[in-house]
Design a protein around this ligand. Sequence first.
Ligand SMILES: NC(=O)c1ccc[n+]([C@@H]2O[C@H](COP(=O)([O-])OP(=O)(O)OC[C@H]3O[C@@H](n4cnc5c(N)ncnc54)[C@H](OP(=O)(O)O)[C@@H]3O)[C@@H](O)[C@H]2O)c1
Length: 283
Amino acid sequence: MANTIPDIPLNDGNTIPQLGFGVFQIEPKDTVEAVGRALEIGYRHIDTAEMYGNEAEVGEAVRISGLDRGEVFVTSKLNNAFHRPDDARRAFESTLSALKMDYIDLFLIHWPLPTRYDGDFVSTWKTLEEFQRDGRAKSIGVSNFQVPHLERLAAEADVVPAVNQIEVHPYFTNEEVRTYDRQHNIVTEAWSPIAQGKVLDDPTVVDIAQEVGRTPAQVVLRWHVQRGDIVFPKSTTPSRIAENFQIFDFALDDAAMERISGLDRGEAGRQGPNPDEFDYVPS
Ligand SMILES: NC(=O)c1ccc[n+]([C@@H]2O[C@H](COP(=O)([O-])OP(=O)(O)OC[C@H]3O[C@@H](n4cnc5c(N)ncnc54)[C@H](OP(=O)(O)O)[C@@H]3O)[C@@H](O)[C@H]2O)c1
């Protein structure tokens, strides 16, 4: 079985590689090397954000890789401080200039911030629609949107988000949001797919890894992709960057899939902030 990364179709006609490389918490000084390593191994999808502070280094790594711009799918996200339309326009321009790119493959609202900006994330979304119309964002989407947030966009905006990037891993399977996404032709991207390492010594995961002769991280990442979600594990460790890439040359059977899904702890399993309450805005 060859380790070929599938392209997932988006609702706007574009496609996205199902496996990418995440750069949250990678220091700018380490980013060129980590992303360069990932591109060398074969990753063709990088997930960054303005708030990660390493967009410029992601752009540099893509440029020095020697790959054509069109061969690498790049995602970034709007800084929480810039939801107002004019701020969002300026922030999007800074993202493109930091990356030194004239378009981005996917641009997301990073958090809905329902308790900020008078609860208005709709005008922010409509501003992203402009970026897609003028071609500078090939696809647009959201991150950390809960079902009521998505319902509100469906009622008040024209474009359905191409993706919703949300926390998903075996301890927090986030089925309610995933189900809404699936039913409305929105692709789910699973952030912190290995719960920042916390699920890797779970006895069920370790047992399955032994049974299939793979590592715990490979088993968990494989569980995600068999569920149809997009993943972009982060690592600055070269051997792990390579390990996390080898997940398309084996399969988990239904029983193993169910055992991993059974680890869900509901809300208690959430590792990151609850998007209904999260209100962080950088000063
Ligand atoms: N939209 C959002 O709000 C949001 C929030 C969080 C994350 N994200 C995105 O999702 C990406 C991934 O999430 P994440 O960075 O939070 O966490 P993650 O990918 O679940 O886990 C990363 C951690 O696991 C370790 N690790 C990676 N591969 C491993 C392996 N094979 N074996 C053992 N340990 C391994 C890494 O350590 P080393 O680096 O030391 O190897 C790092 O500490 C982010 O980089 C970002 O792009 C988005």
